[in-house]
Design a protein around this ligand. Structure first.
Ligand code: HPA
Length: 279
């Protein structure tokens, strides 16, 4: 049998998802990082779609990730929450890692909020702080748009000047103040993982201008932008980066911090969802 293209597989997956949505017509999606599942719990009249049921979808194996779509209403607007994502370090190809973004694109999502757990490099950051991603550095060693370009989805060479929408960042900052939260902006650097960084790597990344380090988000942003979707990025500083932290890094610490911050993030998204929808 002939192997179908990403576009055709994503269309099939999107049609499957649409068949489960009933009257919902989401145009906004939120992708949840490690330990940040509470946002999905805030969705009203939820429809759960396990990734395992969606055609061609990769299954998430990372800890702190549920592996399902939660569609419903948040702050009065229809949306899709991706509870769990897959990462390159799990052994998936760059195309598999970003397939969910292709499906969201085919579903008609115009704005996606990507959240993640990240290590903090900026000395002013505190554990548990939420930081807006202003820009990124791709240190993954690959670009998920590599391969034959499908003009139905986007351009061969796509612009990344404003990968993280300036307008959405301004909206997020204003919205955050209404719940007593101040959001600073930072540059997110993505590594493949799965090992955490060495202190020497962290010092080098700091010199490059990175404020945050993590193992996700960048492939999704690249593919979201390939399709012309607007991206908002929010990192939860779950730990101080290697060599800055007084203790050794553990995944337990990352998940634990996420769990403490996830309710604040949910509160923010209840307020933010209508504004993302209008965007
Ligand atoms: N490094 C890489 N990824 C991470 C970290 C970190 O310190 N914390 C959470 N995800």
């Amino acid at each position: 049998m002939m192997k179908l293209s990403i576009y055709e597989n994503a269309t099939e997956a999107a049609e499957f998802v649409r068949g489960r949505l009933g009257a919902l017509n989401p145009q906004v999606a939120i992708v949840l990082g490690s330990g940040l599942g509470a946002v999905a719990d805030a969705v009203e009249a939820p429809v759960y779609i396990p990734y395992a049921e969606i055609p061609h979808f990769p299954k998430s194996t990372a800890i702190g990730h549920a592996g399902r779509m939660v569609a419903g209403k948040l702050g009065g607007v229809d949306l899709v929450v991706m509870q769990g994502r897959v990462h390159f370090y799990e052994g998936y190809t760059p195309q598999q890692v970003t397939f969910p973004m292709r499906v969201l694109g085919r579903l008609g999502i115009h704005t996606v909020a990507l959240t993640n757990a990240a290590g903090g490099l900026n000395p002013t950051y505190r554990v548990g702080q939420l930081v807006l991603i202003a820009d990124h550095i791709n240190y993954l060693g690959f670009n998920p748009a590599v391969g034959p370009n499908d003009d139905r989805m986007g351009l061969r060479f796509h612009d990344m000047t404003e990968a993280y929408s300036k307008k959405l960042r301004a909206i997020a900052q204003i919205t955050a103040t209404t719940i007593g939260l101040t959001l600073v902006e930072g540059v997110y650097l993505a590594t493949s993982g799965p090992s955490y960084e060495t202190p020497a790597e962290i010092r080098a990344f700091r010199q490059w201008g990175a404020d945050l380090v993590g193992m996700s988000t960048v492939p999704e942003t690249i593919i979201a932008r390939h399709q012309g979707m607007h991206v908002l990025g929010i990192s939860c500083v779950t730990n101080l980066a290697a060599g800055i932290s007084p203790t050794l890094l553990t995944a337990d610490e990352v998940i634990e911090t996420g769990k403490q911050v996830q309710h604040q993030l949910a509160e923010l998204f209840v307020k933010l969802a209508p504004r993302l929808n209008e965007n």
